[in-house]
Design a protein around this ligand. Structure first.
Ligand SMILES: *Cc1c(COP(=O)(O)O)cnc(C)c1O
Length: 427
């Protein structure tokens, strides 16, 4: 079949019903699956045959939605997780452990920063946070013999910094480690990290993919490009026998395309159980079906709101990657030429107090700690998502105390702008 375009994959990817089958993949709300003989079930446990036996490890509804996201990213295998946080954690924990080191762009989601800097440090994994705009030399110098991965966000939340994916991928590959990119904000519709050398992509599907504030979820997608066997001494858990499966070697049995996600499924998910429920996966799939049309509207609305804010005399500064005078416009042109995302950050006159006053008078945009919903959502990161960070850490994460982040929804843009305009009048 001819390679289908992204808009078509949003609707038809993953699951293609056969004669008489349901148009939507059903919710297989069952924790377990029945077999006729113990021998047949044993084959599943030995991974001699593929099949479902327990939903903590795999579930058909989840797999079909993961397959759709996998096709959208152009990957080789994918797995759904209970949240974006889990996706990020699993993407690293699948290939690192105590004594290892990871290089991370300092412009990342606050939750990811805490996960790395607090929780994963307690597991003995060390992190170096680097300004994503660093030179190739600075990036090069950050590598250590125990570095196992490089991590960044294609568009960072909430600083809206655009990652130079190719620069990070080249440095990672020079040192024999994979680049992992969180692609939640642009989604595969607007940015395709694998085409620029990223090896693994993670998503918070709670954002644009679900798009309706209905479910929390995540996804890890493997490009199938990284040659684990070539760097076998760094990734023995993929390239040497796993005693918990009678000595299976993941790269040998599942190849470069399947090793990473298979191991994550049968080992990490088996042991930690952070699955997405089949019901949530079903809802997520409905979101994915309309992702292309929604995202187009999010982006065109955001562009109009950004232009309005830029002209307004109560506005101190506007940061929207889609604006032609944005400092990242060259990277935007390269990595996301069609559109970026619906998220804008800006500062109002009067700093923190001005921001607080403005926030009190909004009627259309809702105050929520979330992003990328059909409904316009607004937030002051310093007083919410990023409130655990001190001033220095805030600055390093690209957040100022007067920053307001608006995730422009798919409502009529005139209503969104009118609402902002009347609230600004109170400053
Ligand atoms: C929200 C978000 C996450 C975390 O995802 P959850 O689904 O909330 O766990 C990770 N990365 C980015 C860029 C996000 O915006």
């Amino acid at each position: 079949m001819k390679k289908l375009k992204l808009e078509t994959l949003c609707v038809q990817g993953g699951y293609r019903p056969e004669n008489g089958q349901s148009r939507l993949f059903p919710i297989v709300q069952s924790s377990t699956f029945k077999y006729d003989t113990s021998e047949e079930m044993a084959k599943l446990f030995d991974m001699e045959k593929s099949g479902y036996f327990y939903s903590r490890i795999q579930n058909p509804t989840c797999d079909n939605v993961a397959a759709k996201i996998c096709e959208l990213e152009g990957g080789s295998a994918a797995i759904l997780t209970s949240s974006g946080q889990t996706a990020t954690f699993f993407s690293l924990f699948n290939i690192c452990g105590c004594g290892d080191h990871v290089i991370v762009s300092s412009m990342i989601y606050g939750g990811t920063y805490n996960l790395f800097n607090m929780t994963m440090r307690r597991m003995g994994i060390d992190f170096t946070f680097l300004d994503p705009d660093c030179s190739e030399e600075e990036l090069d110098k950050a590598f250590r013999p125990n570095t196992k991965a490089v991590f960044g966000e294609s568009i960072s939340n909430p600083a809206l910094v655009v990652l130079d994916i190719e620069k990070f991928a080249k440095a990672a590959h020079k040192h024999g480690v994979p680049l992992i990119v969180d692609n939640s904000f642009p989604t595969p519709l607007n940015c395709r990290p694998f085409e620029w050398g990223a090896d693994i992509v993670v998503h918070s599907t709670s954002k644009y993919m679900d798009g309706h504030d209905a479910t929390i979820g995540g996804c890890v997608i493997d490009s199938g490009h990284f040659d684990w066997d070539r760097y076998s001494e760094k990734y023995p858990s993929l390239t040497t026998p796993d005693p918990s499966y009678h000595g299976v070697i993941y790269t040998k049995q599942f190849g470069r395309e399947g090793a990473y996600i298979t191991k994550m499924t049968v080992q990490i998910m088996r042991d930690l159980g952070a699955v997405q429920s089949p019901f949530n996966a079903y809802i997520l799939n409905l979101g994915l079906e309309s992702l292309a049309v929604r995202l187009e509207r999010h982006c065109s609305n955001a562009m109009k709101v950004a232009c309005f804010l830029k002209e307004h005399d109560k506005i101190e500064w506007v940061n929207y990657p889609g604006l032609p005078d944005n400092p990242y416009s060259a990277l935007v042109k390269k990595y996301m030429p069609d559109a970026t995302c619906g998220v804008i950050s800006f500062g109002v006159k009067g700093g923190r107090t001005g921001a607080e006053e403005f926030m009190k008078h909004l009627n259309i945009s809702m105050i929520c700690t979330h992003a990328a919903d059909a409904h316009s959502i607004i937030l002051q990161p310093a007083s919410s998502t990023h409130r655990q960070l001190n001033d220095e850490e805030l600055l390093a994460a690209g957040v100022s105390s007067d920053m307001i982040r608006i995730c422009v929804g798919i409502e009529n843009v005139e209503d969104i702008i009118d609402d902002i305009e009347q609230a600004l009048a109170f400053i």
